[in-house]
Design a protein around this ligand. Structure first.
Ligand SMILES: *Cc1c(COP(=O)(O)O)cnc(C)c1O
Length: 392
């Protein structure tokens, strides 16, 4: 295997347990969109099924894949749903996020009526991201309509925060206030109907107790990746274990003279007699091209710089200072080797992006290897991965 993604499902379970203890009595809906942030949808969901109360995905087909894998917990689709996907949402027993007051809401009700059971929905209210959701002044009337519609089962009301990762507490608290004010006119009725209120993703769940409400929606923290450097510093009691290891191997080591150019565009020139290692991983495999002449990886447990431009399927490292470097030597792009570790956020920062983007873009077709569970749980996770229609 020329590049290998290994996912420690035990670490993901321990991260979930840590978050769960932290936020109790609030419940936990694990966010597994984007192929579980690149970690593999079905195996991650199966590993977490005992540890969380629900799952959030972005698309209806991801909800269907969870059902196919055998997940029975509630599933909420966070993203926009097309009218033609409503049947699949309903047959997958997924709840959808709803912010429509007109045509789409009528479509949803019609599908539910035809299928003979109400469609579960969570009303989404925009309190400051200006992305999806009801305008907050329209929210009370819309929620009243949802509650009155026998074809809709209003299970939740939620909002999303704009700046909890940046520890922007003034704006975060303003959003909470706006959310609470939007729900206030219906207060008693919502409680009576058991409508669950939720707002916090990982950062707010860890750092803003007031935002935990009835349920939190952590994604990135489950995978052991901090939402931002600020959040890591602000949450000293929280231990997150990184779950992902991305390794490859040197496929060639070239011994070259000083002044030799390396790669497309001749953007790197050796300053001394050098040994240049070739990696069989490029931007098609998820290594950002922005890492050209930027960032470090581990060769034989030592930090080495990425040099030259990252190609479509290959990249270069300078292994002059690793005398034993030879074809076949293990190279760690993310993860630990001996005393050194490369965190997804470190590699991402060198590429001018964030850990979220780096892991979400790891191609689904690269095989994942799962560890950290007992044999039986591992077999379940693996056979689910094989069955799942979403590649993991
Ligand atoms: C992605 C997402 C989350 C999870 O965010 P993290 O920062 O990864 O914890 C929660 N809620 C919504 C609406 C999202 O889109």
């Amino acid at each position: 295997m020329i590049a290998r993604l290994t996912v420690d499902l035990g670490a993901i379970r321990r991260n979930a347990a840590c978050l769960r203890r932290l936020v109790a009595p609030a419940r936990v809906a694990a966010v597994v969109k984007a192929n579980a942030y690149g970690h593999g949808l079905a195996p991650v969901a199966l590993a977490l099924a005992q540890d969380v109360d629900a799952f959030c995905v972005y698309r209806v087909d991801e909800a269907a894949a969870l059902r196919e894998a055998g997940i029975t917990l509630p599933v909420l689709v966070l993203g926009p749903v097309e009218a033609r996907e409503l049947d699949l949402a309903h047959s997958s027993r997924a709840a959808i996020a709803l912010w429509s007051e007109d045509a789409f809401r009528r479509d949803a009700a019609r599908v539910a009526r035809r299928r003979g059971a109400a469609l579960a929905v969570h009303a989404k209210i925009d309190t400051g991201v200006t992305r999806l959701g009801l305008d907050r002044d329209r929210a009370p009337a819309a929620l009243a309509n949802y509650l009155a519609d026998p074809d809709l089962a209003l299970r939740g009301a939620f909002t999303h925060l704009a700046a909890a990762e940046e520890l922007e507490s003034a704006f975060t608290l303003t959003q909470l206030e706006r959310f609470e004010r939007a729900l206030e006119p219906l207060g008693a009725l919502l409680a009576e109907r058991g409508v669950v209120r939720h707002a916090a993703a990982s950062a707010a769940a860890m750092l803003f107790p007031k935002l935990r409400l009835d349920l939190v929606r952590p994604g990135i923290a489950l995978y052991g990746i901090w939402p931002s450097e600020e959040t890591r510093c602000a949450a000293p009691g929280v231990e997150l274990e990184p779950a992902l290891t991305w390794t490859t191997q040197l496929v060639a080591v070239r011994t070259v003279e000083a002044g030799r150019s390396v790669g497309y565009g001749c953007t790197y020139r050796t300053e001394r007699p050098s040994r240049i290692g070739v990696l069989p991983v490029g931007y098609a495999e998820g290594l950002p091209r922005a890492l050209s002449n930027a960032g470090q990886v581990l060769a034989g447990g030592r930090r080495v710089p990425i040099v030259g431009r990252v190609c479509m399927n290959m990249a270069f490292v300078d292994v002059t200072d690793v005398p034993e470097a030879a074809p076949g030597m293990r190279v760690t792009l993310i993860g630990r080797d001996g005393a050194e570790r490369i965190d997804p956020n470190e590699l991402a920062a060198a590429a001018g992006t964030i850990g979220y983007e780096l892991v979400a873009r790891l191609p689904a077709e690269i095989p994942r290897f799962y560890e950290g569970l007992d044999r039986e749980a591992e077999d379940t996770a693996l056979s689910a991965a094989a069955r799942s229609s979403v590649p993991s």
